[in-house]
Design a protein around this ligand. Structure first.
Ligand code: GLA
Length: 655
């Protein structure tokens, strides 16, 4: 299978989405001049070009794209060519209303924006396949083509009739019989027993709470349908160009796609990433997505889109202060990115994203944004020969599973305050603040490469996943689990005892009497720290080797934290510093230490192959002890024993 290396060819891909159809052709020449100036070597073309390529049903307007591809090739700029299928032209919806998705309350999502397509519509799929086929036939042999980019940020649901029929087919494949479906969905509750497949609907607007197993399956179905759309187009381009890698861009920690499964269908795993420049934890939220993407890619990955300056979709949209774009771009490279790209090359003057930054902003080539983009292009070119293709592996795996997230994100739970993604972020942040780099893994993955496995929260665990965790601990692994883990099976059926019996035994829990969720802002005293969000009335079985009790209140004296051998269970979310310190201690016990001792809080040290990236996320200069002699690849100077990093400064040290 081709991969990112085939497109990058020893370089770090640098560039962005390029939408030249928004500009007169004279501007294209200006564009390539500036691209060369900034060392841009890759642009993604055609993402939203469907109505330009097919202005009326069946027509083909390839002339402009021919000229563009030639122009880019003449200037040595590679093309990631997109299939334009995320933004169908108005004629498709007008002539074929069946291609338009319906919301859960039956409203139509009309054209006039983007992503107004139903994943289940046979007409949409036929038209998407036709334009994909013709693009692949026409440009498959073009020398500028380096990669295929299918659709864009797949993220839509559909509750309409065609989707309902597809849902029934999907359910038939999953369950075989109505009996099995009725059992899995627990339809004895509230008189929901189905006597015919035709009676089953997507979980549309209902008077009161919907069946959670139905909702869970609908989320699984939606992810699978979108995946079918992706693989259908992928297979077309692959047939024409088996040697050209294929990708589709994920949104960061996006709820709607089982990205483990999707990543397995991609040649290149790519992601879009937009931390808020004003967020003091922006660097950590970026790191989480980067760690997740690297783990999905199992090697180098592509930062498909980021913003050179402000986005336009937050309440208040802040630009990036000087140096932050470079810092966060190199943070991605440190974490395995071999491509650093943006949305978009040139900031639009019209349309819904005209206040979203581009690499070339409204201020043009003299603007600070473009000047910094140019500097970054030079930095990336300098380090590329030493960096590309190298993989960084962490000693810690954080487990994440979309099915557990989907099952947990339902109505009528013990607490609305508990959000799977927030809990995941809190645990990753604790590890990040302890200077520990982590991989992510699926709970059924082979974990043998790790020393410590961390489960922030997996409400739903399959039997296979539970056996995997038990086997991991039996074979000498250290495991730390957060609350609300192992509660439900894969049908969202609560396991007897409220938590899987095998896991209870593993941690030394005899009885889980009650969950005691906390109010927003409320804390619960534990010995040595405060717990947040949640607490549990647990009875230990006497086999625990270590417990940290709750202090005061209803749970006084009961265990907040239990350890039995190498298995830890946390029945609350310790406040951030306490979680950081506890995880650092457990990691050290498992033989996992930060890359450097004594790192200042705002400095991140990440290893990629034999390179050590040092990233100063602070606005103040800082001196870092780096014992020994190294070469900083960015400044091409020798570094002995210590290095000073300026505001947002970065060093890439080679032994
Ligand atoms: C994503 C999309 C782009 C654009 C940007 C805006 O990256 O793929 O088309 O909408 O968001 O931030």
């Amino acid at each position: 299978m081709p991969g990112l290396a085939d497109a990058a060819r020893g370089r770090i891909l640098f560039g962005g989405d390029y939408n030249p159809e928004q500009w007169p052709e004279e501007t294209w020449h200006e564009d390539v001049r500036l691209m060369k100036d900034a060392r841009v070597n890759s642009v993604t073309v055609g993402v939203f070009s469907w109505s330009k390529l097919e202005p009326e049903p069946g027509a083909r307007e390839f002339g402009w794209l021919d000229r563009l591809m030639d122009l880019l090739h003449d200037h040595g700029i590679g093309v990631v060519l997109a299939t334009p299928t995320s933004a169908p032209p108005p004629w498709l919806g007008r002539l074929h209303p069946d291609t338009l998705p319906r919301t859960e309350d039956g409203r139509t999502e009309w054209w006039g924006g983007r992503q107004h397509f139903s994943h289940s519509s046979a007409t949409y799929r036929r038209c998407a396949a036709a334009i994909t086929e013709d693009l692949a036939a026409r440009y498959g042999g073009h020398p500028a083509l380096t990669m295929w980019h299918i659709n864009n940020e797949y993220c839509t649901a559909d509750y309409g009739d065609e989707a309902a029929a597809a849902f029934r087919r999907w359910l038939r494949r999953r369950y075989g019989t109505l009996d099995a479906l009725n059992t899995a969905w627990g339809t004895a509750f509230w008189s929901q027993g189905y006597d015919t497949w035709d009676g089953i609907l997507p979980p549309r607007l209902a008077h009161y709470l919907r069946n959670p197993a139905q909702v869970l399956d609908f989320r699984r179905f939606t992810s699978d349908m979108l995946l079918e759309c992706y693989t259908a187009e992928r297979d077309i381009v692959r047939r024409h160009t088996p040697h050209i890698p294929v990708t589709t861009n994920f949104m960061p920690l996006w709820f709607g796609q089982d990205a483990w499964r999707w990543a397995g269908e991609e040649d290149v795993v790519s992601v879009d990433l937009y931390p808020d420049p004003r967020d003091p934890l922006g660097a950590q939220s970026g790191a989480l997505v980067q760690d997740m993407t690297r783990s999905q890619a199992r090697g180098p990955w592509m930062l498909m889109e980021q913003a050179a300056g402000p986005v336009n979709w937050r309440g208040v949209n802040h630009p990036k202060p000087r140096g932050l774009n470079r810092l966060w771009s190199l943070q991605a490279v440190a974490r395995g990115a071999d491509a650093v790209c943006y949305f978009q090359w040139r900031q639009s003057r019209q349309g819904a994203e005209k206040f979203h930054s581009g690499m070339v902003g409204h201020a043009g080539e003299r603007g600070r944004t473009f000047q910094e983009v140019k500097e970054l292009g030079a930095d990336l070119a300098r380090i590329a020969p030493h960096v590309t293709g190298r993989h960084s592996r962490a000693g810690i795996a954080v487990l994440h599973d979309w099915h557990a997230w989907w099952a947990a994100a339902q109505e009528a739970r013990p607490s609305r305050e508990v959000d799977h993604a927030d809990v995941l972020r809190a645990w990753h942040r604790a590890l990040w603040q302890a200077h520990l780099t982590t991989d992510f893994a699926h709970p059924e993955h082979d974990l043998s490469a790790y020393r410590l496995v961390v489960v922030p929260q997996l409400y739903l665990l399959t039997d296979a996943a539970i056996e995997n965790l038990l086997g991991w601990v039996r074979r000498g692994g250290t495991l730390v689990c957060g609350f609300l883990t192992g509660v439900a099976d894969e049908d969202d059926r609560v396991r007897p005892g409220g938590m899987d019996a095998r896991l209870r035994e593993l941690f030394g829990i005899r009885t889980l009497h009650e969950w005691w969720p906390l109010e927003p802002g409320q804390t619960v005293d534990c010995e040595g720290f405060a717990g947040t969000l949640w607490s549990e009335e647990l009875e230990a079985d006497g086999a625990a080797d270590e417990t940290v009790p709750y202090r005061g209140g209803e749970l006084d004296g009961l265990p907040a934290v239990l350890r039995r051998g190498r298995a830890w269970y946390l029945s609350t979310l310790p406040e951030p510093e306490a979680l950081r310190d506890l995880l650092a201690r457990i990691a050290a016990g498992a033989g996992v230490r930060p890359e450097l001792d004594g790192l200042p809080a705002q400095v991140e040290a990440v290893r990629r192959g034999d390179l050590l990236f040092l990233l100063n996320h602070g606005r103040e200069p800082v001196t870092v002890a780096v014992p020994g002699t190294h070469r900083d690849l960015l400044t091409e100077t020798a570094v002995t024993d210590r290095i000073t990093l300026g505001r947002y400064g970065v060093a890439v040290l080679r032994p």
